[in-house]
Design a protein around this ligand. Structure first.
Ligand SMILES: Cc1cc2nc3c(=O)[nH]c(=O)nc-3n(C[C@H](O)[C@H](O)[C@H](O)COP(=O)(O)OP(=O)(O)OC[C@H]3O[C@@H](n4cnc5c(N)ncnc54)[C@H](O)[C@@H]3O)c2cc1C
Length: 751
């Protein structure tokens, strides 16, 4: 049998070179992964929580993912259901609270389960769109998984255009109930995760009809299945929508309602209420209303940005480790000197082209992580103080960032796959699974084409219609003085663009581009030029009487997408610089306190093959362990430069608009990018190590921490169901008919 072949087993044991190469990379890097990890995950406490979550999953065979590659849709759904249920029951048994369970789900489980929508969308809706009485009834049921709730918004006929959704909820005062109905096939709910086979209930978005009047979309909690035997309730037609590109472990479903009655109390009445006699009233301020909902969306979007960074880091861990292990091709010999001995092949990570593909993405993974954490802190501050003034800005920004993150990470993961050559195409690399699951982020909760204009419109309005605005202090004060809400300094360029104040870049040498102030100025100049262009287009349209602002925005959608992305990249760059500057400041203080002795030199090496094996509580010991030292901060600074300059190189046409950069300066930027690529390459393996992705979580033969790539690839190949038998059924059923056809009867086994 091929999978017991002694030759393969022996070669597997000899697979030493990869291990040696990764060891060398780690030994020559100045980055200590464990120290860098405290930076990546936002401090020791967050890191400890993460390691605990990983350890919880790693030790338990039910959560194993090895079988996943060979399962069909049905089996994957059954397996992911097993994992979801096991996780809840185990947490219940160990007394692990719901919030901690979410950590485990989000960070460590590595499976999209049928309860993801329940925890990430339905429970937040039950928290933020309900009255205190409704919360008291539904939240404990949902958080204890006595019910499983889908979030049913999208319909077969409509997704982005939420206003056109067709499901109807007609209120009947005589019975104090709503009648839910899907008037056409196109009004079937279509896509909700968990709806197909798992959910007992759904938060259904439907059009409220009251006394013949359409009151717009409202949310209702609707029971779908019998709690005793899980069969659909009368009038409810349910099912799975079929195999997909990714998300195969989830039962995305459809649902049609045929005059289904639900009690009046099942409308979520946190934002608007209906009295028993059918009197409708919008609530104001009672529980923060729409503003709370608005804020909750920020939390979800911050999570998407952070998870985008982590997903990219995961793909990069595979691609960078493999590129360090993989040898392919020879360094050109110097002219006239032909090598006598067989030269050693190059590590593919040493090709400038490979570095150019991967190193800027590594910088992106850090930028996204830092910015996601920043958004989360903003959200927490907002919850603490309920300061609504910054919400419009943050909400607009979160739309643009969600769109940009989805695009950059999806493309980035695919770049990582391609940089692994043919082996990247194998499921055994782990990369196709990451791509096919992640790319859905570009669709759900709004596509870029729908989200980017929201941020662009916000920026455009700031520049076009200054009205009464409250006072704000700091750099953003000038702009905020004209806004009906507070603004951060991220919008400082708006008055410059409105005043058509354009500068030219003053950098005379490549090194000058390493000044953070230069970089910020360049990104501001780029977005200002785009903003002015957008304004000119819109003003021309308005003067020409070709419809209003909305018509002009639709016509200029492509330009608005660029404006949104340019603003988001400016914000990402600012956050990156701020985070690095904070660490630099801390270094200076520590060095001063220690009389010049800095915090380096405590090892900082960890076992990367497995997640931290510490039991609950043990990880508190880490509190006084490693934090970033000067070496790590230097590397972070270079990553930040690379983020800035590679972005300029990629979108150079926009940086050259209004002659901000000259062609000579553009060339300097490109040269500096290549130099930074080389600098970061030297640290790349340790930098991906710092994301602390265990082999089990990575599920990749190419990304193994020990570099034993080829043996792992063989192991995976031998697991192929086609290798179950030496002679396949296909031979018996088909090939034999061809090979032994007609009068051909081989007398010998060999020719
Ligand atoms: C994996 C996955 C899970 C999902 N889970 C859920 C769930 O749990 N619950 C739920 O309710 N839904 C869910 N969805 C549905 C998802 O939210 C929608 O698919 C999404 O909102 C896009 O809507 P649509 O599919 O109707 O696309 P459409 O709106 O038809 O878009 C088609 C194309 O038209 C473009 N377009 C549409 N409107 C505009 C516009 N105004 N301007 C410019 N371009 C436009 C889009 O960008 C896109 O390119 C899920 C989808 C996926 C893929």
């Amino acid at each position: 049998m091929v999978n017991e072949n002694p030759l393969i087993l022996k070669r597997h044991l000899e697979d030493e070179e990869g291990a040696m190469l990764l060891q060398k990379e780690r030994a020559t890097s100045s980055v200590r992964p464990e120290a860098m990890a405290t930076f990546i995950f936002g401090g020791q406490e967050a890191l400890s929580r993460r390691l605990r979550a990983l350890a919880f999953i790693e030790k338990d065979p039910v959560f194993d993912t090895k079988d996943r590659k060979h399962l069909d849709q049905k089996s994957r759904y059954v397996r992911s259901s097993e994992k979801a249920v096991h996780l809840v029951l185990k947490c219940r048994r160990l007394g692990i609270p719901f919030t901690q369970m979410l950590d485990i789900l989000n960070v460590a489980l590595d499976e999209i389960t049928p309860t993801d929508v329940h925890t990430k969308m339905a429970i937040p809706s039950l928290m933020h769109q309900t009255t205190p009485e409704q919360r008291a009834k539904w939240l404990p049921l949902a958080e204890n998984f006595r019910i499983i709730c889908a979030y049913a918004q999208t319909e077969l006929g409509h997704g982005s255009n939420v206003r056109a959704l067709e499901t109807i909820a007609t209120y009947e005062p005589s019975s104090q109930s709503f009648i839910l109905h899907s008037p056409r096939l196109e009004s079937a709910k279509w896509w909700p995760g968990g709806l197909g086979k798992s959910a007992t209930h759904a938060i259904v978005l439907a059009r409220l009809l009251l006394g013949g009047k359409d009151k717009g979309l409202h949310s209702f909690i609707v029971q779908l299945r019998d709690l005793r035997d899980h069969t659909p309730l009368p009038g409810v037609t349910l099912g799975d929508i079929g195999p997909k590109l990714g998300f195969m472990s989830v039962d995305n479903g459809f649902c049609l309602f045929d005059h289904v009655r639900i009690p009046r109390e099942h409308m979520l009445m946190g934002l608007a209420e209906i009295s028993p006699d059918g009197h409708y009233r919008k609530r104001k301020g009672a529980n923060g209303g729409e503003k709370i909902l608005y804020g909750a969306m920020l939390d979800v979007r911050a999570g998407l940005v952070e998870r985008g960074g982590a997903t990219l880091a995961r793909a990069l861990t595979v691609a960078i480790r493999y590129s360090a292990v993989r040898r392919q091709g020879y360094a050109p010999s110097p002219p006239g000197k032909l090598s006598q001995s067989a030269p050693l092949e190059l590590q593919v990570l040493d090709y400038p082209t490979q570095q150019h593909a991967l190193m800027p993405l590594l910088a992106w993974s850090f930028a996204l992580q830092i910015t996601g954490q920043f958004m989360r802190r903003r959200y927490k501050a907002y919850l603490r103080e309920l300061d609504l003034s910054l919400l419009p800005e943050v909400h607009a920004l979160s739309s643009g960032l969600k769109a940009l993150t989805g695009e950059v990470v999806s493309q980035g993961v695919d770049v990582c796959r391609r940089m692994c050559g043919g082996h990247g195409y194998l499921l055994a690399s782990g990369l196709p699974e990451v791509f096919s699951n992640y790319t859905a982020v570009q669709t759900f909760e709004g596509t870029a084409q729908v989200l980017e204009p929201q941020l662009a419109r916000f920026i455009l309005r700031l520049s076009m219609a200054p009205t009464e605005r409250p006072k704000a202090s700091g750099r953003g004060a000038a702009t905020a003085a004209k806004a009906p809400f507070a603004l951060s300094s991220d919008f400082d360029y708006v008055p410059l663009a409105a005043g058509k104040t354009f500068v030219r870049c003053r950098a005379a040498t490549p090194v000058a581009f390493l000044d953070p102030a230069f970089q910020i100025e360049a990104y501001e100049a780029r977005v200002s030029a785009l903003l002015l262009l957008a304004r000119e287009e819109v003003e021309a349209d308005l003067r020409g009487g070709e419809g209003g602002l909305a018509a002009s925005m639709m016509k200029n959608g492509v330009l608005f997408g660029r404006l949104s992305r340019a603003h988001c990249q400016l914000v990402l760059l600012r956050r990156f610089h701020e985070a690095v500057a904070r660490e630099e400041g801390r270094m200076t203080m520590t060095t001063a306190r220690n009389g010049g002795v800095d915090g380096e030199g405590n090892g900082g090496r960890i076992d990367l093959g497995a997640a931290d094996g510490s039991e609950e509580g043990e990880s508190e010991d880490r509190e006084e362990t490693v934090t970033v030292g000067p070496a790590e901060v230097r590397v972070l600074r270079n990553l930040c430069h690379l983020f800035a300059l590679s972005g300029m190189e990629r979108d150079m046409a926009e940086f050259r608009a209004r002659d901000y950069l000259s062609s000579g300066q553009a060339e300097m930027v490109s040269r500096e990018v290549l130099r930074l690529n080389r600098t970061v390459r030297a640290e790349a393996v340790s930098l991906v190590d710092a994301w602390l992705l265990s082999d089990k979580l990575l599920g990749s033969a190419l990304g193994r921490a020990d570099g034993r790539v080829y043996g792992a690839l063989f192991e995976e190949a031998l697991r192929s169901p086609l290798n179950d038998k030496e002679v396949s059924e296909a031979y018996t059923l088909h090939w034999r008919r061809l090979l032994m056809a007609g009068d051909c009867a081989w007398e010998n086994a060999r020719l």
